[in-house]
Design a protein around this ligand. Structure first.
Ligand code: C2E
Ligand code: CA
Ligand code: CA
Ligand code: CA
Length: 274
């Protein structure tokens, strides 16, 4: 038993060592990911819940790392945030997405909404608003079709500053969505204080909407309260018809999820509309 214990400790240390090495490898890789053309964007459509009309697309980052293969954003975004790489990477994402959708608008004469995820780290960076303004000018993208997704945690950490930043963004006509709503805090109580246009209900709620009465009640309440406040609602991670029907019943405005479509590549995006 003594020996087994020893081995366990050794094993644990090796695992830890492996994690540390992998982390260093990921950090190094991230620094050069953009330069090496390893980063690209995919786009997940959102539809109106009742008539399945296209509302727009959420842009999601992908990293195909030459050394380790596909790394999920759940893994690399937190590292990009901790290292500050997210500032440069976020700028690249912003420009790339707006350039793509300018091209899309010209080619198809259609103007879907475009949603871009913004990290707290990006939002509190002093140059953020200037960066946004510059890229809007450079690309000529009409800001009324741009939505920025931020998580509710930003309001907890930097409430006054963030509200000020949002006000400046909204002056250009940019729309603000609160992402992953309901995952962090008892948020309904301060919803009326947030200067947002759209609320995205987290997949964790949608997963349980057809099996747990209490959850479906909460979702229904979130939607009703949002509408009273003039906020539109997107349900995330909708995977089956039953969930869709429940959401239609609750008057949810928009649906995003595998039921309608997984995130699609740029090529698919352009083919779909051809
Ligand atoms: P998120 O913003 O909540 O994005 C939704 C995630 O749910 C995406 O995962 C999407 O692919 C996935 N999803 C959508 N519908 C379904 C469904 O029906 N079923 C299931 N199982 N999953 C679904 P993804 O692309 O892996 O992104 C994970 C997270 O990484 C995002 O969560 C977001 O927080 C972050 N992220 C992704 N791209 C970016 C980016 O460009 N910038 C920043 N700052 N964060 C990003
Ligand atoms: Ca999002
Ligand atoms: Ca989300
Ligand atoms: Ca999420």
């Amino acid at each position: 038993a003594k020996n087994a214990g020893k081995n366990e400790i050794q094993f644990f240390n090796k695992e830890m060592q492996k994690d540390v090495l992998k982390r260093i490898q990921l950090e190094n890789g991230l620094f050069t990911a953009v330069r090496n053309n390893e980063l690209y964007m995919v786009f997940q459509p959102q539809y109106t819940s009742d008539s399945k009309k296209l509302r727009g697309y959420e842009a999601l980052a992908r990293w195909e790392y030459s050394e380790l293969g596909f790394i999920s954003p759940g893994q690399f975004i937190p590292i990009a945030e901790e290292t500050g790489i997210i500032i440069e990477m976020g700028k690249w994402i912003f420009r790339t997405v707006l350039e793509k959708f300018m091209e899309f608008q010209k080619r198809f004469d259609k103007k879907p909404m475009v949603s871009i995820n913004i990290s707290v780290v990006q939002m509190i960076e002093p140059n953020f608003v200037t960066m946004v303004k510059e890229i809007l000018n450079e690309t000529g993208f009409d800001s009324r079709y741009l939505e920025l997704e931020i998580t509710e945690s930003v309001f907890i950490s930097y409430p006054d500053h963030i509200i000020n930043v949002i006000k400046q963004l909204r002056e250009f006509g940019i729309r603000i969505a609160i992402d992953d709503f309901g995952t962090g805090y008892a948020s309904l109580s301060y919803l009326h204080l947030l200067p947002i246009n759209v609320l995205k209900i987290d997949k964790a709620f949608i997963d349980l909407i057809t099996t747990q009465k209490a959850i479906s009640q909460i979702v229904s309440n979130i939607i009703n309260l949002s509408h009273q406040l003039g906020i539109e609602v997107v349900a995330e991670g909708v995977e089956d018809e039953e969930q869709l029907n429940a959401l239609i019943q609750f008057n949810c405005d928009y649906i995003q999820g595998y039921l309608f479509s997984k995130p699609i590549s740029e090529e698919q995006l352009f083919q779909m509309h051809d």
